[in-house]
Design a protein around this ligand. Structure first.
Ligand code: NAD
Length: 325
């Protein structure tokens, strides 16, 4: 990737956004403006670098931030995360993921942004009951299971609506994991498993363990975002960013226990009522052919790297678990 000028990352203090910011700096971005209200992100995740400008604020009020900048490129990752959280607080979900995305697109149109990369979700769009790999051209389901899935899809509608003014690429993330994701009640399974395994607590699977997900290592996902920001054929399109590989949750639990050298047991609890997707797998052939996207980190290696990050940041993570956990 050529040297970048000013790049805006909303949600840049979050799990994925903070890794994206690091990579943008490695790619010689002149400056990276992070817009984040720290509702689920942490300033300590951001690299200490004079080129990073942190604007602590709400994307729903992005015009009020009065950011005097010209940026050709926006990565819109700020979101109310994720399914269970949206079930518990659907209005907050709609506000950030719906209104926040619409407002950010309006702001991007006003500021002449030339490419808008939107963080959509592989868990939405297609609904549940699909065992086959999910393709981008599958029909949009009208029977989505959570408010989060609805509002992530809504964001895609707004991207399409604005596309003539702000060329937008819709990236559908499958289950991201890796350094930067702090565990918590509304966070993904892998950081929560690792935290419990490091403390010898049982790993609780909500379901039978036969459920599968397509887990993608965060730095592979970030690679996908960077190529989506550059590829000529990308604007107006949607791309699955996953691996095309399913992992059973029971196997994941065992991988985590081994990586943590833990004595934790595995326990089972009922599946959450909204969680009706048994299997998830991305068909990434479109991302491969149009973007040249190819994930490289396997689940065992990715979990080991994530455990290393946990061990190096245990005090900070523990402090979060006390205040937010
Ligand atoms: N992690 C995954 O597995 C996954 C899967 C599919 C899609 N996504 C999408 O990827 C993006 C990043 O996810 P993540 O895992 O890094 O989550 P995250 O919660 O770590 O990051 C979201 C960031 O947005 C910030 N934020 C929330 N509301 C805001 C607001 N109103 N104004 C400004 N900032 C706000 C949070 O403080 C946080 O730093 C999100 O859009 C999410 O929906 C993630």
């Amino acid at each position: 990737m050529d040297a970048l000028k000013t790049v805006v990352v909303t949600g840049g203090a979050g799990a994925i956004g903070s890794r994206l910011v690091r990579r943008l700096l490695e790619h010689h971005a002149e400056s990276v403006v992070v817009i984040d209200d720290l509702s689920s992100g942490y300033e300590w995740l951001l690299p200490v670098d004079a080129r990073v400008r942190f604007a602590n604020g709400d994307v729903c009020a992005i015009f009020d931030l009065r950011l005097e900048l010209v940026s050709p490129l926006v990565f819109h990752l700020a979101a109310f995360f994720a399914n269970q959280n949206s079930v518990d607080r659907p209005l907050s979900d709609l506000r950030t993921n719906g209104l926040g995305t619409l407002t950010t697109l309006m702001w991007a149109a006003r500021h002449g942004v030339q490419r808008f990369v939107y963080a959509s979700a592989g868990c939405s769009i297609a609904g549940h009951g699909i065992d086959a790999p999910i393709r981008e051209d599958m029909p949009v389901s009208l029977a989505l299971d959570t408010p989060y899935q609805i509002t992530k899809t809504l964001g895609e509608f707004y991207c399409n609506y604005f596309n003539a003014q702000v060329p937008a690429v819709r990236c559908r993330f499958f289950n991201s994991y890796g350094p930067g994701e702090v565990p918590g009640p509304y966070r993904n399974v892998i950081p929560n498993f690792i935290w419990r395994a490091l403390h010898g607590e049982p790993l609780v699977i909500t379901g039978t363990g036969e459920e599968t997900r397509d887990f993608i290592y965060v730095d592979d996902l970030v690679t996908g975002l960077l190529v989506a920001a550059e590829a000529t054929g990308a604007p107006g399109e949607a791309f699955n960013l996953g691996t095309g590989i399913q992992t059973r949750v029971i196997d994941l639990a065992e991988i985590v226990i081994k990586a943590c050298r833990s004595t934790s047991r595995i326990e089972f609890a009922p599946r959450r009522p909204w969680d009706r997707s048994i299997h998830r797998e991305a068909d990434i052939s479109k991302a491969k052919s149009v973007l040249g996207f190819q994930p490289t980190v396997g689940i065992r290696e990715g979990v080991e790297r994530t455990v290393d990050w946990f061990r190096a940041n245990l005090d900070r993570i523990a402090a979060v678990m006390v205040t937010r956990g």
